[in-house]
Ligand binder design. Sequence first.
Ligand code: HEM
Length: 292
Amino acid sequence: MASITDSGEAGERPARPRGPLIYRQAILTRITHWVWVIALFFLLLSGLQIWNAHPALYIGQESGFAYDNAVLRIGAENTDAGPRGFTTIFGQKFDTTGVLGMSELRGRTNFVGFPGWATIPSFRDLATGRVVHFFFAWVLVGTLAVWLVASLLNGHLWRDVILKPRDLRDLPRDIWDHIRFRFHHGRTYNPLQKLAYFGVFFVLFPLIILTGLTMSPTMNAGWPWLVDLFGGRQTARTIHFVVMVLLVLFFVAHVAMVVLAGPINELRSMITGYYRTSPGTKPDAPTKGKAE
Ligand code: HEM
């Protein structure tokens, strides 16, 4: 068997040269990350349960039976071929039988927007869906507050998340590197990662929280300007849904990048804090661990 050393010397087979192992993720960065992964899982599935109570989205202040101003609608209808599930997006109708509008739940046909496997609970239960959703919404808000304070104090926000002019200059090259699956493992995030994480922290999370609050009648009484800010409750609901879809797309791309960049090293950094860098990275200073 080939013996592989850190310096890249090998017995029979030359080992890939490796850079030093550095302490990259502070304890609060790791804890908050995994808490919001759990929170977002429950928020997504309970959110789809709530959405199923009225599976349509509108732009503007109104929704109603008198006119159809829906931008998205999921439902079921009787056709010559029997009942079918459908999804209409901007007037364009698609047959989505089996997944959206009409699906199977424990061997029985279920006429719901999103299928049972995508909701919590799997059967129609708006009350439980709301309890789960509001609980994890506050878990997410609390975790983000902890992340923000910790990241301000330990320098993570400025060092790793805020894009500097140099990151913007390097962005096109970094995108090209990602297209060719060439990943550089440095001390801090690469420009594309910074852009993606900045977008999650400062665009998607605030938007999904604020549009969620806009749908709350209590908040409408306390902060009526929120409804105006988002152009009405129905528009806020549509933005809430669109941001959910963007977070799901981020999740898919994020996990794909973790797998492509080296899942063991990437996951180790988000579990233990330690990260194997590319050759040429300066080793940690003796103050290692201070970032916590
Ligand atoms: C909804 C789900 C997720 C969201 C919103 C999310 C978001 C994020 C964000 C914002 C960061 C940067 C954190 C910071 O620097 O403070 C991050 C880092 C990271 N995430 Fe996630 N994440 C999710 C799920 C996952 C999953 C399922 C995995 C594992 C497969 C994962 C693995 C990682 C790793 C390894 C890093 C560190 C990347 C690096 O050091 O280069 N994430 N994630």
